[in-house]
Ligand binder design. Structure first.
Ligand SMILES: C[S@@+](CC[C@H](N)C(=O)[O-])C[C@H]1O[C@@H](n2cnc3c(N)ncnc32)[C@H](O)[C@@H]1O
Length: 220
């Protein structure tokens, strides 16, 4: 039988499937998101890139422009269809998979994830970082972008859920719970350092955080 947290994660997935057509709206409406996309030029994207939770592919063309190859994974066929339409580069391969189960078939020079870390329940974070580390080739880096703590002001935060959560509403009035953890740069840096990572997390474009992290050295 699935746990309450599994049910929350299933609802999160259902939200992004049902809301695919609405997904890009904040990118059109919010100046801070446009500014954030523009800052991405400074990120150390290189080699073969794995993009986790690529969504409608807002970041994928930027990755493709700088990578040898991009493997972009998302659970939702609906957002992947939009990402495919947006990303014409032949070096990009899209994969539909649940990231809580998917095993990468190889290792990558960069693992990139935008607005995904905040959707990972805290109890799964050590396993998540260990999977990211295992997906990185020697010398590889994780690069990530997410909402910072001030992002909470935009959300309808829910109490008493199996993980920190918020409610999102679609145009048809339907409502879905999602996991939403607002990481602050200091705590995230401390948590990753405790797991053996070398990490820099900085604020970006107002309320966002940008992190660049190298995994612990593998003994032997
Ligand atoms: C906030 S969006 C981020 C999309 C994109 N990275 C961006 O920054 O615009 C979160 C994405 O996670 C995907 N997602 C949700 N649960 C997932 C899961 N279990 N496995 C893979 N992708 C999942 C959703 O389909 C959605 O595209």
């Amino acid at each position: 039988m699935g746990s309450d947290e599994d049910a929350l994660l299933a609802e999160q997935m259902a939200y992004y499937r049902a809301g695919a057509a609405q997904y890009d709206r904040p990118y059109a409406e919010r100046e801070d998101l446009r500014e954030l996309l523009a800052t991405a030029d400074d990120l150390p994207i290189a080699g073969d890139v794995l993009e986790l939770a690529c969504g409608t592919g807002r970041w994928t063309p930027m990755l493709a422009a700088r990578a040898r190859s991009v493997t972009a994974v998302d659970a939702s066929a609906e957002v992947l269809a939009l990402a495919r339409a947006r990303t014409k580069s032949p070096g990009v391969r899209f994969v539909q998979a649940d990231l809580f189960e998917w095993q990468p078939p190889r290792r990558y020079d960069t693992v990139f994830f935008a607005f995904w870390l905040s959707h990972v329940p805290p109890a799964r974070l050590p396993g998540f970082w260990s999977a990211v580390g295992a997906a990185l080739a020697p010398g590889g880096r994780a690069v990530f972008i997410d909402d910072g703590p001030a992002g909470a002001a935009r959300e309808e935060v829910l109490a008493d859920q199996p993980a920190p959560a918020a409610v999102r509403r679609l145009d048809d009035g339907s409502r879905y719970r999602i996991v939403k953890v607002f990481h602050d740069a200091r705590t995230l840096t401390d948590d990753l350092t405790a797991l053996g990572w070398s990490v820099r997390v900085r604020p970006a474009a107002g309320n966002f955080i940008v992190g660049i992290a190298e995994p612990p050295a593998v003994p032997g």
